[in-house]
Design a protein around this ligand. Structure first.
Ligand code: AMP
Length: 469
């Protein structure tokens, strides 16, 4: 299959070939015709599947075939609204929109918090066709009457599961109530939780459903290894590995912002170029760190899960889980940062005795065991006992898995994998205390087209260490 056979116009095909893409990915092959046909879409696809182009390319095509929308004063107003959970993802999607639309006359802008309103207001005044936004800042603009939503005929919710995880359901419902009723809705989500199903029922009208294989993290393109290590020796081991193995462009994951800062500092103390990105850093500082990392000037970038969402670096060679995530899906997202688009990648996890339960959950999710590899001189003390892991005042786990498939401190040979590919379907967010079941809804309520509301869910789960607008 080719992009040309999907019916996209020449200027878009040119931009695609300039990006170096020759063949549509599965989500693009199915999604592009569906979006061009104009109906609603429910797509289960993760970052790394090419999902951004799957909605951006056909929307650019459609917009470029029609006249701009204008308000009573003749100003061009947006027709497409793309909502995303984080600033990083907003910037990423907006960059893709610009790249793919570079031979078209359409105008787009990105709108997120943490930066001044005025440049965004100026861009809106000049007229834009496509707005890529985080919900909070978008609502701010609407509240200040700087954003006219009356021309919106297409809404995209990207990484909708992450938006719900971050507590945006209330904002999303507010936005829905502000949009023209007649419109096309595209909902992208990595997982299909009950909350996503409820949202989809409210939002979508007879959607086409596309499910592309969960990014196959057992694929040969990401080599995964666990290095069992003592709790107190992780930093030493990381510095050792970076030096010994000449790692460059290493993305290191931490659970908390504080941990990310401290590790970056310590690595700098070890003479290794490192910086941290997370939600407490200014947008300027984050953009700078990311640019330096991308260009290869910065050797190590330490990130929290949410800050790393949407970071798109081609062929990132190395991802390190300095701490395993307690939400197993986050592991999948983390290692999805490497080995993209056919390039070889490597994901290393430094695992101490406290994290064996998380490791078991991850192995259950991906449907295979991960190879253990002891690094000489850093073997964990078999006497070391598991301790609870705290994030703030919350204990998120810790301790040995009650019926774990194998012990992190027991080295395994190569191979010997389980089912061989990633298990599909949704898996609960084990151990993550973030749902507020039974809490009354606070949203204004969006009229729905299919009657009934589905079960009411808590409207305000705890915000994670996010970076949002
Ligand atoms: P996404 O899932 O949208 O985050 O995209 C993941 C990565 O795949 C990005 O780096 C895109 O530039 C790249 N990409 C998207 N579509 C294609 C394609 N058809 N062929 C090769 N790479 C692609």
């Amino acid at each position: 299959m080719t992009f040309a056979s999907l019916g996209l116009s020449e200027p878009i095909l040119l931009a695609i070939s300039e990006q170096g893409y020759s063949t549509p990915t599965p989500i693009q092959a199915q999604g592009i015709p569906a979006v061009l046909a104009g109906g609603d879409l429910l797509a289960a696809a993760q970052t790394g599947t090419g999902k951004t182009a799957a909605f951006t390319l056909p929307l650019l095509h459609r917009l470029s075939q029609a006249e701009p929308a204008r308000n009573a004063r003749g100003q061009v107003i947006p027709r497409v609204l793309v909502l995303v959970p984080t600033r990083e993802l907003a910037a990423q999607v907006a960059e893709n929109v610009r790249d793919y639309g570079k031979h078209l006359k359409l105008r787009s802008m990105v709108m997120y918090g943490g930066v001044g309103m005025q440049p965004q207001i100026d861009a809106l005044r000049r007229g834009v066709d496509i707005v890529v936004a985080t919900p909070g800042r978008m609502l701010d603009h609407h509240g200040q009457r700087t954003l006219d939503l009356s021309g919106i005929d297409t809404l995209v919710l990207d990484e909708a599961d992450r938006m719900l995880d971050m507590g945006f359901i209330h904002d999303i419902r507010k936005v829905l109530a502000l949009l023209p009723r007649k419109r096309q809705n595209l909902l992208f989500s990595a997982t299909f939780s009950d909350e996503i199903k409820v949202l989809a029922n409210t939002l979508l009208n007879q959607p086409k459903v596309i499910e592309v294989a969960r990014r196959n993290i057992a694929a040969a393109s990401v080599r995964q290894t666990v290095h069992p290590v003592g709790r107190e020796r992780k930093r030493e081991l990381l510095a050792h590995l970076i030096r010994e193995r000449n790692w460059w462009q290493v993305l290191v994951f931490m659970r908390t912002k504080h941990g990310a800062n401290r590790l970056a500092e310590q690595l700098r103390g070890d003479g290794i170029g490192a910086d941290a990105i997370h939600g407490n850093k200014s947008q300027g500082a984050r953009t700078r760190a990311l640019a330096e990392f991308k260009s290869g000037k910065l050797q190590v970038l330490v990130a929290t899960d949410i800050a790393a969402r949407g970071i798109d670096i081609d062929q990132l060679p190395m991802v390190v889980n300095y701490e395993l995530p307690n939400v197993p899906e986050d592991y999948v997202h983390r290692i999805g940062r490497t080995g993209r688009a056919g390039a070889e990648g490597e994901a290393i996890s430094l695992v101490c005795v406290d994290e064996l339960r998380f490791l078991r959950d991850i192995e259950n999710l991906i449907g295979r065991g991960i190879d253990r590899n002891l690094v000489a001189g850093f073997e964990p003390d078999p006497q070391e006992r598991a301790q609870p892991i705290r994030v703030g005042r919350t204990v998120i786990g810790g301790g040995r898995a009650a019926s774990g498939p194998r012990r992190a401190d027991a080295p395994r040979g190569q191979g010997g994998h389980g089912r061989g590919d990633a298990g599909g379907g949704h898996h609960g967010h084990a151990g993550q205390p973030r749902r507020n079941e039974g809490q009354p809804r606070r949203d204004g309520g969006q009229p729905r087209r299919d009657g009934g509301r589905g079960p009411s869910r808590g409207a305000a789960p705890a915000r994670r260490n996010g970076t949002t607008g």
